[in-house]
Design a protein around this ligand. Structure first.
Ligand SMILES: Cc1cc2nc3c(=O)[nH]c(=O)nc-3n(C[C@H](O)[C@H](O)[C@H](O)COP(=O)(O)OP(=O)(O)OC[C@H]3O[C@@H](n4cnc5c(N)ncnc54)[C@H](O)[C@@H]3O)c2cc1C
Length: 405
């Protein structure tokens, strides 16, 4: 009888109960997708708690590139399943997400970079991902304004072309998952900060929040840049450092670019949105920080590096610049699953600068893990224990645009 539900609202505002089967800390794309897929598994006694508004963390600041041209036999099938889920997501959630699969070129400027791209291409193809290595002639055809002159500091020798890569409207993904989770029965509680986690006999029992104590059998941390602070609440040190990632967007231009372009050597990536703005991003700031403020130096460097590829942008104004937090792991791969010795505590973090694209597959597989008690094979390689066992999944070479630290 306390429920307020309007057809025009994306989700209901409901009073916080004192117990749930599952509490998800973090209402970003990962927390909400996990709540949605839990509902599909029949688990609906779920609360998503966020200290701010829903989707206001990295999910609000992402440049939302979706792709699966990774490097490792663990990463490629994982990200590929996510691309497939994204392809059907607008239909599944009945929400237009403007997913534009424009394709992507990862540029090689040196012989060793081209060798790396060739290796990635071959691994992609063996594992059923649509990628191929192309030379300057085809690059020019696909991206006419790109500067392909020889003899430059960073000549463009070849590119890994990955046609399924796309860009999606990030807030629509967050809202679509939020609405879907709500319709299945999950409760979404923004402005509810978790301040502590209670444990008895090695098992989590509930969370202390700004709205009081909430008990739960299972607690999922989906807090990206803040994952280490949540882990500390159960005396766990994660191999994660938090860094700001900055991006910027120019004034709108007539359409001139219909691919996403990334250069690891130049630490920059770029694409043009449907509105005509040019989105420009790069690698994370090289020092750990929880600041979400952007700064001048990265903007200057990004601009210089993008001009190296597209001199035609030289007189274009930058409209906006922003920063979000990234939870970076040493091997540039995520951390998912239970934690030895802390029963009922599940991690989905280490999403760094690559996590938006993984939200569907991660949410789906974490929900499967909670429903069955078994870790699905697809996410087993991403267990926290890999750092203790020395079984790293090295995705650094395929990280977005640039691993600069
Ligand atoms: C500039 C930028 C560009 C990016 N570009 C891409 C890209 O092109 N492609 C890609 O795949 N990825 C990209 N990423 C990475 C991607 O955005 C993130 O990995 C992803 O959004 C993480 O989602 P999340 O739900 O795990 O975290 P978030 O969206 O950060 O959500 C975590 C939530 O936890 C909440 N929280 C934290 N502490 C508490 C607490 N104590 N109590 C309650 N709630 C708490 C926060 O308020 C936040 O809302 C980019 C990131 C940035 C910053």
């Amino acid at each position: 009888m306390f429920q307020i539900f309007s057809k025009n609202k994306m989700w209901r505002k409901r009073p916080l109960k004192d117990r749930y089967e599952v509490v998800i800390i973090g209402g970003g794309v990962h927390g909400l997708s996990t709540a949605y897929y839990l509902g599909k598994q029949g688990i609906t006694d779920v609360a998503v708690l966020d200290k701010g508004y829903l989707g206001g963390g990295a999910s609000a600041r992402t440049t939302a590139i979706i792709r699966s041209n990774y490097l490792t036999p663990e990463g490629i099938p994982f990200f590929n399943e996510s691309v497939k889920l994204y392809e059907g997501l607008a239909k599944e959630l009945n929400f237009n997400m403007l997913f534009n699969q424009m394709g992507r070129l990862d540029l090689g400027h040196t012989d060793s970079a081209v060798y790396g791209l060739r290796m990635r291409t071959e691994f992609n193809r063996i594992l059923g991902v649509d990628s191929r290595l192309i030379g300057p002639k085809e690059i020019k055809k696909l991206v006419p304004p790109m500067d392909l002159r020889e003899g430059k500091n960073f000549p463009i020798l070849a590119a890994l072309y990955h046609p399924p890569c796309g860009v999606i409207r990030h807030d629509a993904v967050v809202w679509g998952y939020g609405r879907g989770a709500d319709r299945q029965g999950a409760e979404l509680h923004p402005f509810t900060e978790v301040t502590g986690i209670d444990r008895t006999n090695g098992r989590v029992t509930g969370v202390e929040t700004s709205q009081g104590l909430v008990k739960a059998n299972t607690i999922i941390s989906a807090t990206a840049g803040w994952s280490s602070t949540i882990a500390k609440m159960v005396d766990l040190d994660l191999p994660i450092t938090t860094h700001a990632l900055q991006a910027m967007v120019t004034e709108p231009l007539k359409p001139f670019l219909d691919k996403t372009i990334s250069s690891a050597n130049l630490h920059a990536y770029v694409y043009q949105t449907d509105r005509g703005e040019v989105v420009i991003g790069g690698g994370v700031d090289p020092y750990p920080s929880y600041s979400q403020r952007s700064s001048f130096q990265p903007m200057e460097e990004l601009a210089a590096h993008v001009l190296e590829m597209f001199p035609c942008l030289k007189n274009v104004n930058v409209l906006r610049q922003w920063a979000g937090l990234c939870d970076m792991t040493p091997d540039y791969a995520p951390i998912m699953g239970p934690v030895d010795g802390i029963d009922g505590f599940i991690l989905t973090c280490g999403w760094g600068s690559w996590g938006f694209k993984a939200a569907p597959v991660a949410g789906k597989r974490i929900a499967e893990l909670i429903a069955t008690g078994e870790t699905p094979d697809l996410i087993k390689p991403f267990a926290l224990s890999r750092f203790r066992e020395g079984k790293l999944v090295n995705e650094r070479a395929a990280a977005p645009a640039a691993a600069i630290h």
